[in-house]
Design a protein around this ligand. Sequence first.
Ligand SMILES: [Fe+2]
Length: 442
Amino acid sequence: MGSQYLEGNFAPVTEELAVTDLQVTGTIPEHLDGRYLRNGPNPVTPPDPASYHWFIGTGMVHGVRLRDGRAEWYRNRYVRSEEVAAALGEPTRPGPVHAGFDFAANTNVVGHAGRTFAIVEGGFRPYELTDELDTIGPCDFDGTLSGGYTAHPKRDPASGELHAVSYYWGWGNKVQYSVLDAQAKVRKAIDVEVHGSPMMHDLSLTEDHVVLYDLPVTFDVATASAGASFPYTWDPEYPARVGVFRRDGDGSDIRWFDVEPCYVFHPLNAYDDGDHIVLDVVRHPKMFATELHGPNEGPPTLDRWTIDLQAGKLLEERVDEHGQEFPRVDERVVGRRHRFGYSVGFTEGSASSHLRRHDLAARSTQVRDFGPGHRVGEVVFVPDSPDAAEDRGVLVGYVYDAAADRSDLAILDAQTLETVAAVHLPARVPDGFHGNWVPTAP
Ligand SMILES: [Fe+2]
């Protein structure tokens, strides 16, 4: 059986480009000074389609540098783990890998403390990159990271610190919550006991609390022993629950709240509301129960989970039943009450995808379709100015056009979803995972 995750725009590209004469339609806002970076799987050597899992392809970071209303460059670079360097005939970039496990981090890419990190979960460490996306080497934050890291740190907009949860099957029944300070050193790490080895992809942060999603996708010893490239599967015996503890404590106050069995890769955002905590999440009804090549088991919906700390209850409600993923908010409201959110919607019966803009106050959703054969990836919000209102800014992301077999970097008005500018890339950017806007350091 072939893997759909190697076909169409999932197929890897083979060339690394550095292009400076980029064509632009529209007007790039002058204040955008930085890089839009996005990571995703791009196998450096052709994998066996029968066993290939979308989550294990070699990381490749695609970036566009914007400044003074211009698109200065587009670059795409493999993350050079030892295996990737060998495949490319290059010397190894030595560094502190965790437990001997080396992997070309493929899931997200972040700027922090003036540095750039390609990141992934499951026990693997970040890979540090240069501003121009060349690989420096594996990174343990100057010896402060005890295990692997995560693909989804949450930046507290007040402190600039990154809050994360890490998991690794070799740790037994625990996961680790950590805080990476503004100088990129882990200043706090707390072990949290769980029932096994769950795949804990993300966490939520509020002003007072940390929220963990302890859900029934777990390390599967039998699948791993059989040689599967991605050994996490649905475990109907594993309790589905959400854990809450105070940020200013040591984790010993953790409380658990049961939820209907499901899987959440990505919360949209979370916030405290008196005695309640509001969690907006993209909820998959199941994950890796029957489909073992990638996430594809029923439409993932936008749901609101409200925890009542007094009553000790969690209420689940549906906000948007349309299939969607890659939820993002204005980064300045992470952990604070948000009104707006943006996600990628799956267009029924087609290979296209579209953008969805949610107004959580009005409980309404607005759609931007890019036309037949167009696929939009995750978008990132960039405000018009540091103190602009929520939602006043642009959304930035890659849009693939199947007819032209190329991608654009789209810059959209966040309120109307209309195109402000499009940077036309000379190649396609394969479907991938996550990215961020990394402003130029002042
Ligand atoms: Fe993710």
